[in-house]
Structures are given as structure tokens and as C-alpha cells.
Design a protein around this ligand. Structure first.
Ligand SMILES: Cc1cc2nc3c(=O)[nH]c(=O)nc-3n(C[C@H](O)[C@H](O)[C@H](O)COP(=O)(O)OP(=O)(O)OC[C@H]3O[C@@H](n4cnc5c(N)ncnc54)[C@H](O)[C@@H]3O)c2cc1C
Length: 427
């Protein structure tokens, strides 16, 4: 029986593992290290976050990105974007040095047991742990607009499906979305001589401004401090005070979750988008898509209601990720059903990232409704990892395993049965 099993070896899972190992917990980490960054982002991509805001977290501020880059003789400077493969290699280096060796198998099933949890690996091994940290990142939650869902993978894919865009060389590709993933995918496609079109609901493209220099007069720093989520006090609050964000009224948090740091292109991609002769159609929603003679026929509608039809070879939905309890499919339905959730159907978490089910801890995107926008970025791992591991330690001390049930009888999920027979816990 392990103290802690961490599911997911991305920036959050690895950071939690580094803190747990340093606290002497019997920890195991599952998943292919940095898989999202190695296999689900296009080669040639750069990070939008500044190098100093892209650190994985280990006790004593060790194993930082700038230390890795110094070893390799690669620059990691403010205002200079980091290539995705440098960041992925940094994550692998971190995994080698700061973390007990990850087990690359995927976890396929997590269920509550009378004591702790049972977890099943993709090849059928069953393990037991007194606590679980679910750090499965963004991939379980990818979002494709309703109108595109009837198309097959040959004709529509989510942007995270492509680490290599080469197959689209010379093709006609429509990218749906207006965020960084959409704009960078479009720029990379144009550089491959694809004919590229961007379709987005937003009335116009939004661009982040060039960050001010790191060293500035004190009054400029006071007026608009740097933060890992951009300049200014509002961003500083989201980046530096996730714990205070959690204490804001639920309605305020929900409004911020929906609006803060919305789709925008990095300053350094703007010229590449302009140079790509990309056909940009803003203020349009895709309302219908069907296959037609090996191509896709799309219908979009503008704000005036005017429809427009056109054909394309392939649609890439760069339409982001939507976390919800329903999509946490690695948890058994009965375990999912007892999780307290917010109005947006994401699971609620306490101050140390515990879910409403004892011993189950959550990290990353699924916690953004409680801890704010930082949880959508690597930046949030530095707050999450020590707080979550503190919570695991408290859980283990409060409920030492003496051979009896660790979960109070009222909090046990009902036996496996039809969905709906279990009740929902309220925290
Ligand atoms: C195109 C793009 C660009 C981005 N650029 C930036 C950026 O510049 N800066 C930034 O801070 N953020 C950026 N992000 C957001 C970024 O994805 C998150 O900040 C970061 O990856 C979150 O780390 P994570 O560990 O939660 O998730 P992930 O990095 O997604 O890691 C989760 C890991 O869990 C694994 N996993 C999932 N399910 C299981 C399972 N059942 N068993 C075992 N393992 C499992 C996955 O394979 C994955 O490796 C970007 C996102 C996208 C899509």
C-alpha cells in the first residue's frame, strides 16, 4: 500500500512528486513524462509563458528551467520565448533528478476501497494507495464544437492531436479558434505552404503586448508589476495569490474563470500570422459541417445572421479544453458521482487541493474554478505542489492505516450499480 500515487507526469504531477519524495512519502508516479508537451503540441512551437514563469517546482527552488538551460548553454531570458522541445527536455531532466522514477503505464481505473484506493494500470496490474493525486492535465478535456463532432478524424481533429503538421503540406486547412494554439497552428501551417483559413466567433484577434523590460524604474514596477500571467496587479493577484483567489465569492470566481486571460496571440507570433497570407474570418460561428466528395463543407454564420458556405480539406479545432467531473473517466462512475462540484460541473477542492472524497487530491486545470487562472498554466504548479503534499500528509496522519476502514462509512461510495443510486457529497 503506497502513501500516494500520482496519476500524470506532466508539470503538475512531477512537481507534486518532487515535493512528496522530499517529505519522505512512499510515492509512485504514473504516466509518460511530459507527454502533452512531447506528443501533443506541434514541433516548432514556442511557449507563451516567460521562461521564469515556466518552472516545475521542487523544494528549495531547485531544478529550475534557467538552471537546466545554463547546463545546456541555451538562453532562458525574459522576453525570449522558449521552444517547446527545450521545455519538454527540461521536464524529462526534472523527472530524472527530482522525482522517483515514473512508471510510464497509464492508469485506466481508480476506485475507492475500504482503505484508500485501488488503481489499475493499462496492462491490468492492480495497486493500492492511501491517497491519490489526479494530475491528468488537459488532454482528457479536449473540446470540439458540437457542429463539428459528426465528422470523422480524417476531416476534423483537435489541435492537440498534432505534434507534426507535415501531412497538411499544400492542403487547404481551416483552423477554428482565435487563441494562441489556433494562431500558432495557423502560422506553422502557412509556413508549410498550406492554404490556411482561421474562423472564430470573436469579433477580432487579440494580441498580447511585448512585455516591458525586466529591469524598470520603481514607479513603473509599482504601477504594473511583472507576473507569470502578464503585467499588472490583476494578473499578479491571479499568479501570486491563488489561495486568496479561492476565498473570493463563488460568483466572482466563476466570472473570472470565464473571462480572465481569454484567447489571445503572443506578441511574437503576430508577424508570422501576418506573413502567412492567412484568410482570417472573424465574428463567425461554424454551424454545420458535412463530408462532401472527400472534403468538408462548412457553413458559418456571422453576427448579422448571414450564412457563408465553403469547402476545405481538413478542420483543426483549436478550441481548447473544458474540464468537468463527467469527463474524469479514469475515476469509476460511483467515485465521480460523490464528488462535490461547482456550478460549472468541475470538482470543488479544499485549500490543500483535496476533493470532497477523502484522500483524493486534484491538480491543474480542474482546480481553476477554485484557485483561479494560474492553474491553467505551469505557473500554478509551484503553489499547488507544496500545498497538496501538505494536505496528503495531514490526510495520512489523521487517518493512519491500522487495518480498519480509512473512509468514514457515510462517505463511502455506494456499491457499483446504475448511475443515480449514489448521492452527491457536499464537501
Ligand atoms: C498548445 C498549448 C500551448 C500551451 N502553452 C503553455 C505555455 O506556454 N505556458 C504554460 O504555462 N502553459 C501552457 N499551456 C497549458 C499547459 O498545457 C499546462 O500549463 C500544463 O501542461 C499543465 O500541466 P499538467 O501537468 O496539469 O498537464 P499535462 O502537461 O497535460 O500533463 C498531464 C499528464 O498526465 C498524463 N495522463 C493523463 N491521463 C493519465 C492516466 N490515466 N494515467 C497516466 N497518465 C495520464 C498525460 O499523458 C500527461 O502527460 C499550453 C497548452 C497548450 C494546449
Amino acid at each position: 500500500m503506497h502513501d500516494l500515487v500520482i496519476v500524470g507526469a506532466g508539470p503538475y504531477g512531477l512537481s507534486i512528486a518532487a515535493h512528496a519524495a522530499a517529505r519522505g512519502l512512499d510515492t509512485r508516479v504514473f504516466g509518460r513524462p511530459m507527454d502533452s508537451w512531447r506528443n501533443h503540441m506541434p514541433r516548432g512551437m514556442f511557449l507563451k509563458s516567460e521562461p521564469w514563469a515556466s518552472n516545475l517546482s521542487a523544494p528549495g527552488r531547485r531544478f529550475r528551467l534557467d538552471q537546466y538551460c545554463a547546463h545546456r548553454g541555451v538562453p532562458a531570458e525574459h522576453g525570449h520565448p522558449i521552444p517547446v522541445d527545450t521545455f519538454a527536455s527540461y521536464g524529462l531532466w526534472f523527472a530524472q533528478h527530482a522525482v522517483p522514477e515514473p512508471d510510464e503505464r497509464m492508469i485506466t481505473r481508480i476506485d475507492a476501497a475500504p482503505v484508500g484506493f485501488t488503481l489499475e494500470t493499462e496492462d491490468g496490474q492492480v495497486l493500492r494507495s492511501r491517497s491519490v493525486a489526479l494530475a491528468t492535465g488537459v488532454l482528457p478535456y479536449l473540446h470540439i464544437p458540437e457542429a463539428l463532432r459528426a465528422l470523422t478524424e480524417e476531416h476534423v481533429t483537435h489541435s492537440s492531436r498534432h505534434s507534426d503538421l507535415d501531412r497538411f503540406r499544400g492542403a487547404d486547412v481551416t483552423v477554428v479558434g482565435a487563441g494562441q494554439a489556433a494562431l500558432e497552428t495557423a502560422a506553422l501551417l502557412a509556413e508549410l505552404q498550406a492554404r490556411v483559413r482561421i474562423v472564430a466567433r470573436a469579433p477580432e484577434l487579440v494580441w498580447n503586448s511585448v512585455p516591458p523590460p525586466w529591469k524598470r524604474p520603481w514607479w513603473q514596477r509599482l504601477r504594473a508589476p511583472h507576473s507569470g500571467l502578464g503585467c499588472g496587479w490583476r494578473n499578479w493577484f491571479y499568479a501570486e495569490r491563488p489561495g486568496a483567489f479561492r476565498r473570493l465569492p463563488e460568483r466572482t470566481r466563476a466570472a473570472v474563470t470565464q473571462t480572465a486571460l481569454g484567447p489571445a496571440g503572443a506578441w511574437w507570433i503576430r508577424d508570422r500570422v501576418a506573413a502567412g497570407a492567412i484568410d482570417i474570418r472573424m465574428g463567425r460561428t461554424v454551424v454545420e459541417a458535412r463530408q462532401s466528395a472527400g472534403r468538408v463543407r462548412l457553413r458559418t454564420v456571422g453576427s448579422s445572421g448571414a450564412a457563408e458556405d465553403f469547402e476545405t480539406d481538413h478542420v483543426i479545432a483549436a478550441t481548447g479544453f473544458e474540464a468537468s467531473c463527467a469527463r474524469m473517466s479514469v475515476l469509476t462512475p460511483r467515485l465521480r458521482s460523490v464528488l462535490a462540484r461547482s456550478a460549472g460541473e468541475t470538482p470543488r477542492v479544499g485549500r490543500d487541493f483535496r476533493s470532497s472524497y477523502p484522500g483524493l487530491f486534484l491538480a491543474g486545470l480542474v482546480t481553476a474554478a477554485d484557485f483561479g487562472p494560474a492553474m491553467r498554466f505551469v505557473q500554478g504548479a509551484s503553489y499547488t505542489a507544496p500545498a497538496l503534499v501538505g494536505g496528503v500528509e495531514r490526510h495520512l496522519t489523521r487517518q493512519p492505516w491500522r487495518g480498519g476502514p480509512a473512509v468514514p462509512p457515510g462517505r463511502q461510495p455506494a456499491p457499483e450499480g446504475p448511475i443515480g443510486v449514489t448521492s452527491r457529497a457536499n464537501g
